[in-house]
Design a protein around this ligand. Structure first.
Ligand SMILES: Nc1ncnc2c1ncn2[C@@H]1O[C@H](COP(=O)(O)OP(=O)(O)O)[C@@H](O)[C@H]1O
Ligand SMILES: [Mg+2]
Length: 360
């Protein structure tokens, strides 16, 4: 099912939790809502499910406005971080609950529950109570219960946050598999960028109830619309530096060094009144021991993260983080000649924090 959100705002008294949101989730797509705590992720999905009422805007399921439809009639499956299973019921009855509400006959219920339990790989646990299950197993039950009524939309609110790291990876692969098999339109809420990047077709970045960017994960990474998105995506985070622009002489002063970037940058795109901007350089976009290097750096600290190393490097008293393949740099070198991939440098308007698009 196709989901469209138009000019949606949600208020709690005079506080705006969701501010003029526009969004189109195509049928069968899995998108993530990604953003810091309090940015309006849960409020948005609660509004889609009908728990909260919008103060403005419309929600469409397949081109039909559903603003006034009661939650029970929206046919939405929801899964929460804390599983919300019924503790006194066994697993079978937990999964069967939405079907019993619909007054389906017993035989159909049994078949559906058993099939769903097989799908989420918990068929041997149906007689147990929730307290006799691990966190991962309980989460599978919650997913089965959400899917059993064949919802048109699946809304998952930080469903994996309570699981340990290994299980989180396993479960997100399972969720993706199920979602693809069932072709169910899904919104997955998370504050974890790695989770969002790994699971989603597209990602919505939210801040203070306002959509910052809705894009493919690689676009968020390489073409962030603003400084917030650039800083939010990427680990270790992007290096943000001050840059002085001398337009007349075509000089960009970054990290205390003058760079000529005229081959890469159309200077006419910078408005005349901008003489300073913010520059973003991702840790993997520096070139170490580069014969064309322009910066002299000293290693301050090293951290190994499996196949890569993170170096903290002092360049003219600025500290930047650089990622290189493990053991590709001799850590004992006193100074390193460092270059930067000029096409990868991102520029931001210092007051609006929007990305300046320099493409020639
Ligand atoms: N029922 C409510 N009453 C008042 N304020 C709320 C309520 N629910 C959420 N908020 C506020 O709205 C903002 C967005 O909350 P929420 O959508 O839960 O954020 P997220 O899920 O992104 O962490 C927060 O500042 C939160 O305090
Ligand atoms: Mg939330």
């Amino acid at each position: 099912m196709d989901l469209k959100i138009e000019n949606l705002s949600v208020k709690f008294k005079d506080f705006t939790a969701v501010n003029n949101l526009n969004l189109h989730v195509k049928s069968g797509e899995l998108i993530s809502f990604l953003g810091p705590s309090g940015c309006g992720k849960s409020t948005t999905i609660f509004t889609i499910s009908g728990i909260h009422k919008p103060c403005n805007g419309s929600i469409y399921f397949n081109d039909n406005i559903i603003n006034d439809l009661v939650p029970e009639k929206r046919n939405i499956g929801m899964v929460f971080q804390n599983y919300s299973l019924y503790p006194h019921m066994n697993i079978f009855d937990n999964i069967a609950f939405p079907l019993k509400l619909k007054k389906q006959n017993k035989k159909d219920i049994k078949n559906t529950v058993i099939n769903m339990a097989k799908l989420v790989k918990i068929e041997e646990l149906l007689k147990r109570k929730p307290s006799q299950l691990s966190g991962g197993q309980q989460q599978r039950v919650a997913i089965a219960r959400a899917l059993v009524k064949k919802p048109q939309i699946l809304l998952l609110d930080e469903p994996l946050s309570n699981l340990d790291a290994r299980l989180r990876v396993e479960m997100r692969e399972e969720i993706r598999r199920l979602q693809k098999d069932l072709k169910i339109t899904t919104i997955f809420v998370t504050h974890d960028q790695e989770e969002a990047l790994s699971i989603s077709d597209r990602i919505v970045i939210l801040k203070d109830g306002i959509l910052q960017q809705y894009d493919l994960s690689n676009k968020l990474y390489s073409n962030p619309k603003n400084l917030f998105v650039a800083k939010f995506i990427g680990n270790p985070p992007i290096n943000i530096l001050d840059c002085h622009i001398d337009k007349q002489n075509n000089i960009f002063n970054i990290l205390g060094t003058n760079l000529k970037l005229s081959n890469f940058i159309d200077l006419s795109k910078i408005s005349n009144n901008i003489t300073n901007c913010k520059v973003g350089i991702r840790p993997e976009d520096f070139l170490i021991n580069d014969s064309n290097g322009v910066f002299n750096g000293k290693i301050v600290d090293t951290e190994n993260i499996g196949k890569d190393s993170i170096f903290k490097i002092n360049i003219n008293n600025f500290i930047v983080k650089v990622v290189v393949p493990y053991d590709s740099i001799n850590k004992n070198l006193a100074t390193l000649l460092i270059g930067v991939k000029p096409k990868k440098i991102l520029f931001f308007n210092p007051s609006t924090e929007e990305t300046i698009n320099f493409e020639q």
